[in-house]
Design a protein around this ligand. Structure first.
Ligand SMILES: [Ca+2]
Ligand SMILES: [Ca+2]
Ligand SMILES: [Ca+2]
Length: 227
């Protein structure tokens, strides 16, 4: 070990996970990125939107199947049954954390888009290379690909691999691909602000997923609540 080197870093904030669940997400993302990212440009992500949209919509049938009392949301009890069916093994605490993390409108139920985000988080947390295929794949083979794409899209944006997408990372990801097309900065900013729900200047995987469900239009449900 050498002497103490006083390194003056640019005054950049370091984002730290706020919950245990978030820490697990970050860990899983970092593990994943060590295997490389399959996405090379932001526009290639955008090109995948229609396919992602289609696949997520198909998931509606699965959602309805697990919404046992058909009230339009999956409560904790229903979610437990869902995990049993999909053979997702998770400790009670993690299920609770996942649930409350995805219950954005805090009505103690997973609406369709919340459920999709939750499943994708489960996919990220549970999918280990070398793991025997879970029921998640058997039940929803399409979704597997879609979730993989979403994970890769996030990894593409998260240039420094800290598990969060910062404003600068978003700008540079978009600038990389839109050379010659003029002002992509404002678009990048808009995209970023759409993602950064709690306005803390960084976007975690969950926020990213919620933004995605809106971009591809999955969030446009029939029963519009007053906004
Ligand atoms: Ca229900
Ligand atoms: Ca909810
Ligand atoms: Ca980052």
């Amino acid at each position: 070990m050498g002497g103490v080197v006083a390194k003056i870093e640019s005054p950049r904030k370091v984002w730290v996970p706020e919950t245990k669940l978030e820490a697990k997400m970050v860990e899983a993302l970092q593990k994943r990125s060590s295997k490389g990212c399959k996405i090379k440009s932001f526009s290639s992500i955008v090109l995948k939107f229609p396919k992602i949209d289609k696949s997520l919509r198909k998931c509606k049938a699965i959602f309805e199947q697990f919404d046992e009392d058909s009230n339009g949301r999956i409560d904790q009890e229903e979610l437990k049954h869902c995990f049993e069916k999909l053979e997702v093994s998770m400790v009670e605490e993690d299920i609770r954390d996942l649930f409350s993390a995805c219950d954005i409108n805090d009505d103690k139920g997973m609406e369709f888009h919340e459920f999709i985000v939750l499943l994708c988080l489960v996919y990220l947390l549970k999918k280990e290379p070398g793991n025997p295929d879970s029921q998640l794949q058997t039940e929803m083979p399409d979704l597997e690909n879609t979730f993989e794409t979403l994970v890769n899209a996030f990894l593409f944006l998260d240039k420094n691999n800290d598990g969060f997408v910062s404003k600068n990372e978003m700008v540079s990801a978009i600038n990389e691909t839109t050379s010659g097309e003029g002002s992509s900065g404002p678009i990048a900013m808009k995209r970023f602000e759409e993602m950064d729900w709690d306005k803390n200047g960084s976007v975690n995987f969950k926020e990213f997923l919620f933004a995605f469900t809106r971009w591809v239009g999955i969030d446009e449900t029939e029963d519009e609540e007053e906004s």
